[in-house]
Design a protein around this ligand. Structure first.
Ligand code: GTP
Ligand code: SPV
Ligand code: MN
Length: 593
C-alpha cells in the first residue's frame, strides 16, 4: 500500500493517508476519470462476474449490476445527522452525537477494506468554471460506485483542478463493509462537511455525491450562505409564441421528477430543455431572480414504468453507455422491466436477483426501485444548458406529490410565504425508493424530509428569508398527477400531457389566466385548461380540479399537528398561514369550486 500521494494537495493527502491507515486496503487507486480507467474497472468487474455485459449490438457499452437483495433502496432509518446539538437535526431527522459516531460507527471501518482496492474519487458538483460548483472526494471500495460517479458527476482530474491547493472539499468515506443491515449506517457531519457510509452499495446510500453531499451537506451550507439546495428537477419550456420559462419542481422520490424533466409535449409547438432531473441549487442573482444549476451531469432514474409511451426521451437516452441496477435480463442480453415492452408469452427471463422468471408470474421481474444510470447529455432534450456556469433563471417553483385524493391537479399559492406553507405541508404517498411501506401518505416538506441536513423548522425560516430578499421571486404552484377515481384509476393522463398544466402556469405568469380563488390557493377555471384531444369528461375534469372543504379541513388539522412538532423553531409566518387557511376553510361553502 503506498504511503504517499505525491500528486495531490497536502490536505487531501493527509486525509487519505489517515483513512488508508484505518481502512487497510490492499491497493489504492486515485481516479482520473479517463476512458482507459473506466475500461480497466469495467473489465475487472466483468472478469469477476460482478458486472454483466449486455448485448453489444443493441446495448453498446451497457451493463447490468445486481446489488445484495437486502440492499435495494435508501434506508432512511439508518441515516443520521451528527450535530453537537440534537435540536439542530430536528424532529424529522435521526440524530447521532459525534461522540457516539466515533465509538459505534468508526470502528466498523477498521480494516473494512482488507483485500479490496480503495478508490479515491474526486468529483465536481456543478458546471466546470461555475462559482457555484463544489468539490467532493469520495473514498470507496466499490468499483460499481466509481463507474456510477463517473456518469453522475464530473469526476477525476477536472475536480482536482477545481480544488487546486485548497482545503474546501466535502470528505466522503464509503465502504461496503459486510453489507449486513445491522452494520449499515449513513452519517452526515454538516459542520465538518463529512460523510461516513458503511454497509450499503446502493444508490443514495453509496453514491455520496448525490443525496449525502449535494443535499444534506449542501443544504446546511446553503443556509449559512443564503441560497437553496433542493430535491428538484430543472426544466426549460418554450411556448409556441417562443416565450421561455424555466421551472424547478420538488416531488418526493419516485414521484415523477425525471419524467417531467424530459416530457414530450402533447400540445403542438411546445419544446423543452432538460437541465436537471433530481437536484437543484438555486442562488439569488444580481437581477433579483433565483438562478439554478444542476450539480449533477447524469441521471439515476427509476426504470419500472419507463417505456416508449410514457417516456420516449428516456428510452432514447438509454441506447448506449448505461449501467442498469436490479433490472431483469432477457435471454440474449437485453434489459427489461415492467412497463418497458411486451414480452413473448411464456418467455423466461432472469429476474433482478438472477433467478428464472416466467411471464405471468405475480411478483415483478425487475425490482420496483430498479434504476438506470446514464449521462444527461444522452437525453435528446438536454441542450447543454446544464453546463452553463451561471445556470438558468427560475420563473416558477412546483411542489407535488402522489395523492390519490384531496390535492387537485394544480393550484397556485397566493404569494411566497403562502408558497412556503404549501411546500412545508406537502404530503405524498411513500414509494419503493426507500425501504419500508409503500403507498402510505406522509408529510414530506418540499420533498426534502429525507434530505435536509438540519432542523426543518430552521429550513422553513430560511426559505422565507430567501424569498423576502428576492425582488423577482418565482411563483409557487402545487401539482398532483396521481389523483384517482373511485375505482383507483388515474384521473389525469400525466407524462406528455402534463404540458397542459405547464401551459396554465405560463398563462398565470403572463396574466392571461385569472383562475379561481379557493381557501387553498388559485385553481384553474375548467375552460382555462386545454384538454382538447383527451378522453376526459367534464365531470372527471371537475373532479380533478375539485377542492373539497371537508377533506381539506381534515388535511389542515393533520398539517397543524405536524407543524407543531417543530415547536418554537416553526416560523411565525407559517403559523399565520396555517391560521389563515383554517379560517378560509371555515368561511367557505362546502363546494368550493
Ligand atoms: P427519484 O429518482 O426517486 O427522485 O424519482 P423521480 O421523482 O425522478 O420519479 P420518476 O420520474 O422516475 O417517476 C417515478 C415513477 O412514477 C415511474 O414509474 C414513472 O413512470 C411514474 N410517473 C412519472 N410521471 C408520471 C405521471 O405524470 N403520471 C403517472 N401516472 N405516473 C408517472
Ligand atoms: C431518490 O430516492 O430520491 C433518488 C434515488 O433520487 S437515490 O439516489 O437512491 O436517493
Ligand atoms: Mn431523487
Amino acid at each position: 500500500m503506498p504511503e504517499t500521494f505525491p500528486s495531490l494537495n497536502p490536505s487531501l493527502r493527509a486525509w487519505l493517508q489517515a483513512g488508508a491507515a484505518h481502512f487497510r486496503p490492499e491497493n489504492i487507486v486515485v481516479c482520473d476519470g479517463s476512458e482507459a480507467e473506466r475500461e480497466r474497472i469495467q473489465s475487472a468487474m466483468v472478469g469477476d462476474g460482478t458486472l454483466i455485459p449486455l448485448d453489444p449490438q443493441t446495448q453498446p457499452r451497457s451493463f447490468l449490476y445486481r446489488t445484495d437483495p437486502s440492499d435495494v433502496a435508501r434506508t432512511e432509518h439508518l441515516t443520521f445527522i451528527c450535530s453537537d446539538d440534537r435540536d439542530d437535526a430536528g424532529p424529522t431527522n435521526n440524530w447521532m452525537s459525534p461522540a457516539e459516531a466515533r465509538t459505534r460507527v468508526w470502528p466498523l471501518f477498521e480494516g473494512a477494506m482488507r483485500g479490496r482496492t480503495m478508490y479515491v474519487v474526486p468529483y465536481l458538483l456543478g458546471p466546470v468554471g461555475s462559482i457555484y460548483s463544489r468539490v467532493g472526494v469520495q473514498i470507496t471500495d466499490s468499483p460499481y460506485v466509481v463507474l456510477s460517479l463517473r456518469i453522475m458527476t464530473r469526476m477525476g482530474r477536472v475536480a482536482l483542478q477545481h480544488l487546486g491547493a485548497g482545503d474546501d472539499f466535502v470528505r466522503g468515506i464509503h465502504s461496503l463493509g459486510d453489507l449486513h443491515p445491522d452494520r449499515r449506517f449513513i452519517l452526515h457531519f454538516p459542520a465538518e462537511a463529512e460523510i461516513w457510509s458503511i454497509g450499503s452499495g446502493y444508490g443514495g446510500n453509496a453514491l455520496l455525491s448525490k443525496k449525502c453531499h449535494a443535499l444534506r451537506i449542501e443544504s446546511a451550507r446553503a443556509r449559512r450562505e443564503g441560497w437553496l439546495a433542493e430535491h428538484m428537477l430543472i426544466l426549460g419550456i418554450t411556448s409556441p409564441a417562443r416565450v421561455t420559462h424555466y421551472v424547478a419542481a420538488a416531488f418526493p422520490s419516485a414521484c415523477g421528477k425525471t419524467n417531467l424533466a424530459m416530457l414530450v409535449p402533447t400540445l403542438p409547438g411546445w419544446t423543452i430543455d432538460t437541465v436537471g432531473d433530481d437536484i437543484c441549487w438555486m442562488h439569488p442573482g444580481a437581477d433579483g431572480r433565483l438562478w439554478a444549476i444542476n450539480p449533477e451531469c447524469g441521471m439515476f432514474g427509476v426504470a419500472p414504468g419507463t417505456g416508449p409511451k410514457t417516456n420516449p426521451n428516456a428510452v432514447r437516452a438509454l441506447r448506449h453507455d448505461v449501467i442498469y441496477t436490479n433490472v431483469a435480463l432477457r435471454r440474449g442480453g437485453r434489459p427489461w422491466w415492467e412497463g418497458l415492452s411486451k414480452l413473448e408469452h411464456g418467455e423466461v427471463l432472469d429476474d433482478w436477483r438472477g433467478s428464472p422468471w416466467v411471464t405471468g408470474k405475480a411478483s415483478p421481474a425487475a425490482h420496483p426501485n430498479a434504476r438506470f444510470t446514464v449521462p444527461l447529455q444522452q437525453c435528446p432534450t438536454a441542450s447543454g444548458t446544464f453546463d452553463a456556469p451561471e445556470g438558468v433563471p427560475i420563473s416558477a417553483i412546483l411542489f407535488g406529490g402522489r395523492r390519490a385524493r384531496v390535492a387537485p391537479l394544480i393550484y397556485e399559492a397566493r404569494n411566497w410565504a403562502h408558497g412556503v406553507y404549501v411546500g412545508a405541508t406537502l404530503v405524498s404517498e411513500t414509494t419503493a425508493a426507500a425501504t419500508g411501506d409503500v403507498g402510505v401518505p406522509r408529510q414530506d416538506p418540499m420533498a426534502m424530509v429525507p434530505f435536509c441536513g438540519y432542523n426543518m423548522g430552521d429550513y422553513f425560516a430560511h426559505w422565507l428569508k430567501v424569498g423576502k430578499s428576492l425582488p423577482r421571486a418565482p411563483r409557487i404552484f402545487h401539482v398532483n398527477w396521481f389523483r384517482t377515481d373511485a375505482s383507483g384509476r388515474y384521473l389525469w393522463p400525466g407524462f406528455g400531457d402534463n404540458i397542459r398544466v405547464l401551459q396554465w402556469i405560463f398563462d398565470r405568469l403572463s396574466g392571461k389566466a385569472s383562475g379561481q380563488e379557493t381557501p387553498i390557493g388559485v385553481v384553474p377555471r375548467q375552460e382555462e385548461l386545454d384538454v382538447e384531444g383527451l378522453d376526459l369528461s367534464p365531470d372527471r375534469l371537475r373532479e380533478l380540479l375539485a377542492v373539497d372543504r371537508e377533506a381539506w379541513s381534515q388535511e389542515t388539522r393533520r398539517v397543524g399537528e405536524f407543524l407543531r412538532s417543530f415547536g418554537d423553531r416553526l416560523p411565525s409566518a407559517l403559523r399565520n398561514e396555517q391560521a389563515v387557511q383554517v379560517k378560509r376553510l371555515l368561511l367557505a361553502a362546502s363546494h368550493l369550486n
